[in-house]
Design a protein around this ligand. Sequence first.
Ligand code: HEM
Length: 364
Amino acid sequence: MRGVSVSTFRSLVRSLQPPARIVDWSIFVGVLLEAGSGLLSLIGATPAWAPLFWLHRAVGLTLIVLLGFKLARVRHRITRASQWQRSTVLSVVTLLTATVVLGSGIVWVFGFAPEIPLFTLLTVHAGLGLLLVVLMGAHLYTRFRPPRRADFHRRRTTIQYSVMLIAGAVTYRGQEILNRLLGTEGADRRFTGSQRTDGEGNSAFPVTSWVADDPDPVETEEWDLTVRGEVDRRLELGYGELTPDTAEEALLDCTSGWYTVQEWQGVRVEELLDASSTTGQASHVRFVSVTGYRWTLPIEEARDALLATHVGGERLSHGHGAPMRLVAPGRRGFQWVKWVERVDVRQNGDPAQWIVTLISGFTD
Ligand code: HEM
């Protein structure tokens, strides 16, 4: 009986296994999809983005099956040193990197978040995920074998991949149920994968920077906020001239894998825009940090945003962006500009902001 079930399982797996070249190219396409959905997920902050994270997870789990097929086929070539070629080293490094990327994603889902100096497991996951794209490209280049039309059997290939994707989606549902049953940290994650940090005020959530922004503390007495651009009245306001009379609870979700819900207190951007009287050309608002780091919001969204001076009833700490930081609900943390000193009212968006956010910490 046991012999029968094992052989049944084996033949089921064999029937699911696509031809070798299709497996190889699917792994490459799968990794591209994962890196693409991973990068896109960095701006996904509202529940409308949840399907992108589901896709990322389902494809990620499907990749494990495809890698299993690949390994079953090539294991002899990597376990017998006599069969090693020059490109085998690259293949093994690619395989190890893929294993770490897939493994780190899965253990993160179960709430495993080991302390890693300067990084979190999720940033390691993302960084190695991007490296994997390069390694995969090099691997395919050294072992280039184009897919053949003969390998595609429309009906069988479609069934094979549908079964694998459904298995991936079922597995991740299973993970969520397991998380809840075991009461793991993972059970408390947002759809973005971020884990909740509890408590109020500055010490309740980590001090992180998108890349390397780490300015010296800003002297509040010497600091002022400038509102300029598409305005009739340019404003230069000292800290004492800003009355933090608006309080708002907002969720800050950081791409490094944590989120916090805090009461933020500060000045509604709308008040500043009305006080400076924006012109008819004004369509976007750019928030600029003392480091040069910046982010731009459409003016309607900017009007609802807050420039916070306090969090959880405390004055903002330096690490969290004192004297003033942007609170932009529905945006990921890296768009909540810290150490704000200027508000530019503009006629257009600012695509270059993506590059600026990557280099601002290195330009001092
Ligand atoms: C920029 C690159 C990437 C980012 C930002 C990213 C982000 C994420 C996030 C946020 C999660 C956790 C989701 C959750 O907790 O619900 C996750 C899980 C995962 N990711 Fe990525 N990822 C990236 C690249 C990759 C790549 C290249 C692969 C595959 C080669 C991959 C495979 C996985 C897997 C297998 C999981 C776990 C799925 C599960 O257990 O349900 N990721 N990723």
